[in-house]
Design a protein around this ligand. Structure first.
Ligand code: OOG
Ligand code: MG
Length: 264
């Protein structure tokens, strides 16, 4: 990579960092600068490094766009990953303050907590499941820094895959207890059914998203996932917009309901 290109990526980092930390909308980067997926990840890595330098702690990683429903909704044809920061995690029962979010949307997911390290290449879903200690129910609150959630894959990668906040269930369940592929799901907002889904929507089985991440992380960063990391496997359904006063409930068949209350 030439010095000229590096300067270019650093300028784009400044644009994304400003919007990410200042919670304001920007036009997608690729409107003006052609970017590859690799360059998107290079910007993301610099963004995360900055967030860590200012005190951020990494709690795990997220995958995104792992379902056809989400890919079609966002006009993208491949999955992506990003980083989960500890100060974005919410505990069950803790209301979500929407202040500081641009245009938040909630989506139902499973979060895998790794009991053992998992390093690509060539990791399968079965291996990912075997490395998992427990699974928590999750509602991810995504918040793209791009105007109208309008982006291409390199843009969304640079923006840490639209990471916003993450609500996790207190209780976890063990992977063996359920067939995650056939786990049905309903997503309700203020008592109205918005979407239905099943685990198979996520790359055929949610554990495949964890395997995809292990392999992609190896390819992009040359490293593996660590024991104790939370890995968010990606939404079963499209996301729903949330406003102050809204309640979102995700019910996962055989496991339970996770409820998100949105404060002002
Ligand atoms: C990108 C993030 C997608 C998921 O679970 O599919 C994502 C977006 O839709 O803005 O987190
Ligand atoms: Mg998500």
């Amino acid at each position: 990579m030439t010095t000229g290109e590096l300067t270019g990526l650093d300028q784009l980092l400044e644009i994304v960092y400003g919007a990410y930390t200042g919670s304001y909308e920007i036009d997608k980067l690729t409107d003006k600068y052609p970017l590859s997926i690799e360059e998107g990840y290079a910007i993301q890595q610099k963004l995360i490094q900055r967030l860590v330098e200012r005190g951020g702690k990494i709690a795990g990683k997220k995958t995104g766009l792992t379902s056809k429903a989400k890919q079609q909704a966002m006009g993208v044809h491949e999955a992506c990953y990003g980083y989960l920061l500890a100060d974005t995690l919410l505990e069950e029962g803790q209301p979500l303050s929407l202040g500081g979010l641009i245009h938040p949307r909630a989506e139902p997911e499973l979060a895998f907590v790794l009991a053992r390290p998992l390093s690509g290449p060539g990791i399968t879903g079965a291996q990912a499941l075997a490395a998992t200690g427990e699974i928590r129910l999750a509602l991810e609150i995504i918040d793209s820094r791009y105007r109208n959630f309008n982006f291409t894959l390199p843009d969304v990668v640079a923006d840490n895959c639209s990471a916003g906040k993450l609500l996790l269930s207190k209780q976890g369940f063990t992977p063996a207890r359920n067939d995650l592929r056939l786990m049905g799901l309903t997503l309700e907002r203020n008592g109205e059914l918005m979407y239905t889904g099943a685990g198979a929507a996520v790359l055929g089985h949610p554990a495949n998203a964890v395997a995809w991440l292990a392999n992609k992380l190896w390819e992009v960063e040359g490293r593996g996932l660590e024991a104790g990391e939370i890995v968010l496997a990606g939404a079963f359904t499209p996301a729903v917009e949330v406003k102050p006063g809204d309640t979102v409930e995700a019910t996962f068949a055989g496991v339970g309901t996770l409820r998100l209350e949105c404060a002002g």
